[in-house]
Structure formats: C-alpha cells, structure tokens
Design a protein around this ligand. Structure first.
Ligand code: AHG
Ligand code: MN
Ligand code: MN
Length: 339
C-alpha cells in the first residue's frame, strides 16, 4: 500500500520550493483546508438541519443568496481570522473587502479572495457545489491595514489558487504555480489525502459545457461555435456549478463557456472569485482560459471587486478552436486587437 500523504504534509514539503518562504503561505493554505472540512461537514448534513433554501437576500452582484452560502462565507472568514495569517479577504458574498486583524504579530503579507459556495442553486437538490479561492501577495505596506489595491491585481499575480468540490467525494485541488495537485477527503480520518498528483488537462476532449438555454441570447460567433460542437457530436454537460463543470473538463478534457448575454453584457461569472482562480489552475494543468473577446483571463487588470467577465476555459486545442470562430465571425473583435 502506498504511503498516504496528507494535504498538510504536502504543503509543508512544498514550502521549500519557495526560497524566501516564511511559512505564512503554508499556514494560509492549511487554514483553507480546515475551512473546507467545516463547510464539507455542513454541506453533507444540509438536509438534516435548517440551512437549506434561500436566505431571503441578494448578494452584492444581485444573485439570490442561499443560507449555506452565508454559512460557508462566515466559516472561511473565521478560519482565516483565527490564524492571523491573512491581512484581509474579499468574498463574492460581501460588498467590500474585509480587513482582518493580526493576531499578536505584524499584519500578514497576503490577502485571500473567494467564492464561498459556488453553484448554490444546486444545494436544495443535492447536486455538487464548490468553494473557489485565490491568494495574492499584498502590494501595499504590510504594516498597515490592507487596501483595495491589494485585491485588484491581475490573475498573473496569484501566488496560489484552487477549489474544493463537494461531490460524490470531497476534493481539494490547488496550485502555487508549480503544477496542480488534488486531495480527496478521507472522512474516516478527517484528512485530505493526495490522490491526483500533477494533474494535466487533456489537449482536447469530448465535452462542452454551456447554458444552451441562452443560445439565442449569444453573439453569432458563439452560436456558430456551439453549432460546431453539436455537429462534432460532442457531449453537452452543464451542472450550473462552475467548479463542477470546470472540474470535469480538467479531468476528461473539454471546454466550458459563459459568454455575454443580453442580461449579462459582460458575462455573469466574477473575475476575482471564480474566473481567475480557475484560470490559474487550468493554465497550470496545460489548459487555456480567455474571454469570449479573446483576452487572456489572467492578464485582465480588475477595476472593481465584483467585476464580471465572459469566459472560455478548458482544453487548449478546444479554446484555440473557439478563438478561430470568433476571428471568423466577429471581425470587430479582431479589429480591436483583442487577440
Ligand atoms: P454562485 O452559486 O456562486 O452564484 O455561482 C453560480 C454560477 C456558476 O457556478 C455557474 O456556472 C453559473 O452561475 C450558472 O449560471 P446560469 O444559471 O446563468 O447558467
Ligand atoms: Mn460562483
Ligand atoms: Mn457563490
């Protein structure tokens, strides 16, 4: 039997990859692992207690908030606050960023962005949901409280990012820019154990994932590309939880799309909390992530915390093919130099 490597042990071993590491990033990743276990426990027993359903409020982006979203948000913040290794957080569920107090030492160099619960519409029907996170090194003086600029950094500046998928089993996948590794929660010992080492996305795949119900609301180049996917007999899979849909593409190959629609002219998904962390993971696994206007996701300089972007993410050959459709059917984008 292979020796089990726990998430904590793996993170500690990797610390030596960073020549000037002080252990802060290591602790932060471990805190996120702890929060993931707590959220997992609640997701698993959500049907037993009164935390299912809608919390009768909307988040700052105008989406309906489910009770478990709020619970996950609180747990992540309190885990990061208790350890004192995080200078501040920005969450999909909070209108503005939240500075965190240092615990008995100088403030941390890092801030964390997250979508505490992704795919909330799935909760009531027992379908997979996830947590997405990204960690940035601060750009302002770490002796002071964190500032908005610390969060408004392009994805190229992420020092770590990942996601937790609460599925048939619970999986934590993360990268620090040196490949992608996955850890499955063993409930019998309460530990995330290394189960997927150095994950590589297939160059191409048989799946495409898009809300095809909005087909008529998409621009012509997207409709032509989706027609092409269908002509090629690709299989359509759409769970409605970006984590779950992108996770499938990461392991089986394929492309996930969320283009602009009339309701969401800039796309629905959030750059900081959803697109950047998943783009970092997918690129590290050998995939690509661009907007439907052909800009690399990680290169975008955010102008606001809750900025939305369009996205095409997944196997590199399939993202390249989508790009060809945009170039063929939308000369305006090509003319604007967005490629
Ligand atoms: P969240 O639950 O964090 O608000 O995210 C839901 C997102 C994303 O996970 C999913 O891909 C997308 O919304 C689904 O949107 P549609 O229902 O418009 O397809
Ligand atoms: Mn989400
Ligand atoms: Mn969410």
């Amino acid at each position: 039997m292979n020796r089990i490597i726990t998430l904590d042990e793996f993170i500690l071993r990797r610390e030596k990859d960073f020549p000037f590491a002080t252990g802060e990033l290591t602790s932060l990743l471990r805190d996120i692992g702890v929060a993931a276990k707590i959220v997992n426990r609640e997701v698993n027993k959500a049907g037993l207690i009164n935390i299912l359903g809608v919390a009768d409020s909307e988040n700052t982006s105008g989406d309906t908030v489910q009770k478990l979203d709020l619970y996950a948000n609180e747990k992540l913040i309190s885990c990061l606050q208790n350890s004192g290794e995080c200078a501040g957080i920005a969450s999909e569920e909070d209108e503005t960023f939240v500075p965190l107090q240092a615990v008995g030492k100088k403030p941390s160099k890092y801030v964390v962005v997250f979508d505490p619960l992704d795919g909330s519409s799935n909760i009531d029907v027992n379908v997979s949901v996830g947590t997405i996170f990204g960690i940035y090194r601060r750009v302002t003086d770490s002796n002071d409280s964190c500032q908005l600029e610390d969060f408004l950094q392009p994805g190229t500046e992420l020092v770590a990012a990942g996601y937790v998928l609460y599925g048939t089993s619970t999986l934590l996948v993360y990268t620090t820019g040196r490949g992608v590794n996955g850890f499955t929660l063993d409930p019998s010992i309460g530990e995330f154990c290394l189960s997927h080492r150095d994950i590589k996305i297939p160059d191409s795949g048989r799946y495409y994932s898009v809300n095809q119900g909005y087909y008529l609301k998409f621009d012509v180049e997207m409709r032509r590309y989706i027609d092409h996917c269908s002509d090629m007999n690709l299989r359509l899979r759409y769970i409605g939880s970006m984590v779950s849909d992108v996770h499938r593409m990461l392991f089986q190959g394929g492309i996930f799309l969320y283009p602009n629609t009339r309701k969401y002219p800039n796309g629905k998904l959030r750059l900081l909390y959803e697109c950047n962390p998943l783009a970092f993971v997918v690129e590290q696994a050998g995939g690509k992530a661009i907007t439907c206007q052909l800009q690399r996701i990680l290169d975008i300089h955010p102008s606001e915390l809750h900025q939305r972007v369009t996205i095409a993410i997944g196997s590199p050959l399939m993202v390249d093919e989508m790009k060809e459709f945009v170039q063929r059917y939308n000369p305006v984008i090509v003319g604007n130099g967005m490629m």
